[in-house]
Design a protein around this ligand. Structure first.
Ligand SMILES: Nc1ncnc2c1ncn2[C@@H]1O[C@H](COP(=O)(O)OP(=O)(O)OP(=O)(O)O)[C@@H](O)[C@H]1O
Ligand SMILES: [Mg+2]
Length: 453
């Protein structure tokens, strides 16, 4: 979508099969400073929506060919945020109610006075304007932060970045949850680098890697002669994070007895080294991360509830890659192609069908797995770009070939996406998928054949 145009001007699309109606709407909209488009049928309307940003669609329901409800549904699949006002003939109330259920924001009978229509358009415009302002404010906040190397623009990643920007300057403890490989460590680093402690150290403690026997002295330090081999005193990891951030990675792996000792440090911000009678104050911020669901662990006795509450003044969730959408996958791949070491070749491109194939995969290992996949593709590729042949079998990409036949922006492309989504949601149950798509099962069969799915 053309972002600048979205920010500058409100875009309206009027869809009506009657030429006269379109003419009178053209006159009606003349005083407004909007971007205007007109379509005589559903296909034309969807084509416009897929090509440029449309903020408001004024939609007739009764049209030959694709009816208004179908247009509404597909328009929302292309752009979830589009506002739709149903503008329909007298007597189509039942359909209008259905349209509201399907996500239309308003409806209006044709033949009402222009003042009423004007008021409704004004409402939609003012709402859009407020949303624009909010978006701009958030953008300003984010722009003052440097998220270099923190790739992603999808809504869940935007939300995460906003949360990081908001929580970083405070000294609150943060618990980062999320599946393995989703970038929890990157989140922790971003918080530290945007905090007042950014000039202090960030000390990473991998709770899963340190054995319990040495954990205590590793963390709390020890005095000289505290145990055999303790020839010199050690300050321990916690005190070495003084004036900085202590990042407790894989906190879910700690035994409950160590959890208890840790709790005291957090509560009192004091450390007593092993074998010492003296306690030392520490000035640390604690960030913890886990790929377990700690609340579940609490209920089974695996994690101490009191520690959980100490650690989770703020909880952030790093979203799984499969929820970040194709455009984030594309950004990440471009980033890895630049960042990862290449053999002699200098591959900087990847085919569209390969991107589609990557977007169709579930990524249980998330971004780490994607990074490894691109690394191996770089090793296997012989050409000047990464193609389907260079991707691992595991991704089973054959279906993506079809994308070449239906390029992005065409109606067939969106139809194909909708069918794929429905099949995915229904676990390949065609009857359920047909229901989701609201088409006859026979039609779905025909489409599956047509698209060679
Ligand atoms: N948004 C991102 N942009 C760029 N690289 C990322 C992003 N998120 C993660 N990575 C990269 O993916 C890899 C895995 O990230 P990280 O180690 O932070 O994941 P994690 O959630 O801590 O995983 P685990 O639970 O297995 O420890 C790292 O190489 C990291 O740099
Ligand atoms: Mg990690």
């Amino acid at each position: 979508m053309e972002e600048n145009q979205t920010i500058n001007r409100f875009s309206v699309l009027v869809v009506d099969d009657e030429q006269d109606m379109l003419h009178s709407m053209k006159r009606f909209f003349r005083p407004f400073d909007f971007n205007l488009d007109f379509a005589l049928n559903g296909e034309e309307a969807l084509h416009i929506i897929s090509k440029k940003p449309v903020n408001l669609m004024l939609l007739d329901l009764k049209m030959p060919g694709m009816n208004g409800l179908e247009v509404l549904k597909q328009a929302r699949q292309i752009d979830e945020g589009i506002k739709i006002i149903i503008h329909t003939a007298h007597g189509a109330i039942a359909d209008a109610v259905e349209a509201l259920k399907m996500g239309a924001s308003d409806f209006l009978e044709k033949g009402n006075s222009p003042e009423i229509l004007r008021a409704r358009i004004k409402n939609a415009y003012e709402l859009w304007e407020t949303q624009q302002e909010n978006r701009q404010l958030k953008k300003n906040v984010l722009q003052s932060f440097n998220f270099d190397g923190f790739i992603g623009e999808s809504p869940p990643v935007q939300k995460l970045k906003e949360m990081i920007a908001r929580v970083a300057p405070s000294d609150a403890s943060v618990l980062i949850q999320g599946e393995s490989g989703t970038g929890k460590e990157l989140v922790a680093q971003a918080i530290h680098h945007h905090s007042q402690r950014k000039n202090g150290p960030v000390v990473v403690v991998d709770c899963a890697a340190i054995s319990e026997t040495v954990l205590e002295s590793e963390l709390f330090g020890h005095s000289k002669g505290a145990f055999t081999g303790a020839d010199t005193p050690a300050v321990g990891l916690i005190r070495s994070a003084d004036k900085g951030t202590l990042f407790l990675d894989e906190i879910g792996e700690l035994s409950t007895s160590v959890q208890g000792k840790r709790l005291r440090t957090i509560q009192e911000r004091e450390v007593r080294p092993v074998g010492s009678t003296k306690s030392y104050p520490v000035d640390i911020r604690i960030i913890a991360a886990t790929n377990r669901t700690l609340l579940d662990e609490i209920s089974t006795g695996g994690f101490r509830q009191d520690l959980y509450y100490r650690l989770s003044a703020v909880t952030l969730t790093s979203p799984p890659l499969r929820t970040r959408g194709i455009s984030d996958i594309k950004l990440l791949v471009e980033y890895f192609l630049k960042k990862l070491p290449h053999k002699s070749n200098n591959i900087t491109e990847i085919t569209k069908s390969s991107i589609q194939c990557l977007a169709d995969y579930d990524w249980p290992g998330n971004i780490r797995e994607l990074e490894n996949t691109i690394q191996s593709a770089l090793v296997f590729s012989n050409g000047s770009e990464i193609t389907l042949e260079d991707l691992p079998e595991l991704l089973s990409c054959k279906n993506s070939e079809i994308e070449n036949i239906s390029p992005e922006g065409t109606l067939a492309y969106y139809e194909l996406q909708a069918i794929k989504n429905a099949l995915k949601q229904s676990d390949n149950n065609r009857r359920k998928a047909a229901n989701i798509l609201d088409i006859a099962e026979a039609t779905l069969y025909r489409k599956i054949k047509q698209f060679n799915l």
